[in-house]
Ligand binder design. Structure first.
Ligand code: AMP
Ligand code: GLY
Length: 425
């Protein structure tokens, strides 16, 4: 079958790489794609925001499945438009994508369905928000309700900071995403990423993963989209995964179905594993980036078959097999990230770096400039290693990085440190 993948990042390169290995695949297209994706798919310069052009392309090329990678087209209703045109797509409808598109929506759903999460309030009026703040402890978390490209979360350690965050959000610093805010309790614990395919009724968990959100070694510096990831994540024991399914994922799938907006696609729970158990920090309605890069390295089942089973509502008959190997990815980011990244610097040495079977390099933000490969984004490369355990996977990833000649970029030196510390304990 012909498949169209939507997106242009490292997550989409990893998905394209896995899809391209499917015996069910005839031809893979990607809109808009990137130079790494171009090695396994035909990239087409279409803007995913242009629903009519996407639909016309699907008809012309007899696309039988559209896989939507990023959240923005999902929240903008690309799935609904495809569905109305009779084209199959992997991902939630716009209504179901509110689980990521509105933090307030998700918090209310958690309250109704009794899903463990931080205590919270929703506000549109700064004075009401400040009155609530006065009744709460510190630190406290202020969040823009809508999509803010990962920037709309402020962890305030003083009352003044919290009030400034309220003012900033509600006065439009995050655009319309901040018209409404959520103020919530600060959760203590260790974060983990949990993914489940959902077909509206049944949920099938993926292997565990953990990412590193901060830009600097030792989990210091500003928050980012993720500077590295590994799988499996030792903190998500089989017992913990069962609890997450029972206490968070399954109640959400049921609550969404009961509201007439069944969730189909991949549900990504950002978790805080606290002393009292797993708590939901937030939902995303798409695969994680860079978690997908390590998950695809470990997935033994056919990804395309799994996505089709999700879309067709037959996940209850489906099973996923994972390699016993571990995988670890290190993000190489352009200098300046997560602020304004420097673009256009040349990257060399990738062929040598990926010459071993235990390494894959996924492109996240690159561009061809004639013969040269140059940086074209914040997160630029995901250098991914595989091994019998996290330590070996990490050694493979860093050995590959040592062969990459890119003075314009930086990376963290300690990806996987929590897993390694646990395995030594
Ligand atoms: P979010 O975009 O909601 O995932 O938030 C981004 C990051 O902020 C999370 O990955 C956490 O590190 C942190 N964070 C968000 N909400 C909380 C909370 N209630 N308690 C502690 N940390 C949080
Ligand atoms: N790595 C976290 C995310 O994809 O949002």
């Amino acid at each position: 079958m012909n498949v169209l993948l939507i997106g242009a990042g490292g997550r989409e390169h990893a998905l394209a790489w896995a899809l391209s290995a499917s015996p069910l695949l005839t031809k893979l297209f990607c809109a808009p794609g990137n130079p790494g994706i171009a090695e396994v798919a035909q990239c087409i310069p279409i803007d995913p925001a242009d629903h009519d052009v996407i639909i016309t392309f699907c008809r012309d090329e007899r696309i039988e499945l559209v896989v939507i990678g990023p959240e923005a087209p999902l929240v903008a209703g690309l799935g609904d438009a495809l569905g109305e045109a009779g084209i199959k797509y992997f991902g939630p409808t716009r209504a179901a994508a509110q689980l990521e598109g509105s933090k307030g929506f998700t918090k209310d759903l958690c309250r109704t369905a009794n899903i463990p999460t931080a205590a919270y309030g929703r506000f549109m009026d700064p004075e009401a928000a400040k009155t609530y703040l006065a009744s709460q402890g510190l630190p406290i978390v202020v969040k823009a309700d809508g999509l803010a490209a990962g920037k709309g979360v402020i962890i305030a350690t003083t009352r003044e900071e919290a009030e400034a965050a309220v003012e900033a959000c509600l006065s439009g610093v995050f655009g319309t995403a901040g018209n409404e805010i959520v103020i919530e309790e600060f959760l203590e614990g260790e974060e983990a990423s949990f993914f489940a395919l959902c077909d509206g009724v049944t949920a099938l968990p993926l292997a565990s993963a953990q990412d590193h959100k901060r830009a600097g070694d030792g989990d210091t510096g500003p928050n980012t989209g993720g500077m590295g990831a590994y799988s499996p994540a030792p903190i998500v024991t089989p017992e913990m995964a069962d609890r997450v399914m029972r206490e968070i994922i399954i109640p959400t799938v049921k609550a969404m179905a009961a509201r007439g907006m069944p969730f189909k696609g991949v549900l990504f729970a950002g978790l805080m594993i606290s002393a009292s158990g797993p708590k939901l920090i937030e939902f995303n309605v798409r695969f994680g980036d860079p978690e997908t890069q390590v998950l695809m390295m470990r997935l033994k089942s056919d990804l395309l078959a799994a996505l089709l089973a999700t879309v067709d509502g037959v996940l209850s008959n489906f099973d996923l097999r994972w390699s016993d190997d571990a995988a670890l990815t290190v993000v190489m980011a352009a200098n300046g990230y997560p602020g304004k990244p420097m673009k256009g610097t040349e990257i060399k040495g990738l062929d040598a770096a990926r010459a071993t079977p235990d390494v894959e390099i996924f492109h996240a933000g690159t561009r061809r400039d004639g013969e040269r490969l140059v940086a074209d984004g914040g997160r630029v490369l995901d250098v991914t290693g595989r091994g019998r355990n996290v330590a070996e996977a990490r050694a493979a990833a860093y050995a590959a990085i040592a062969k990459i000649d890119w003075p314009g970029g930086f990376y963290r030196n300690d990806i996987g440190w929590r897993a390694l510390q646990r395995s030594k304990a």
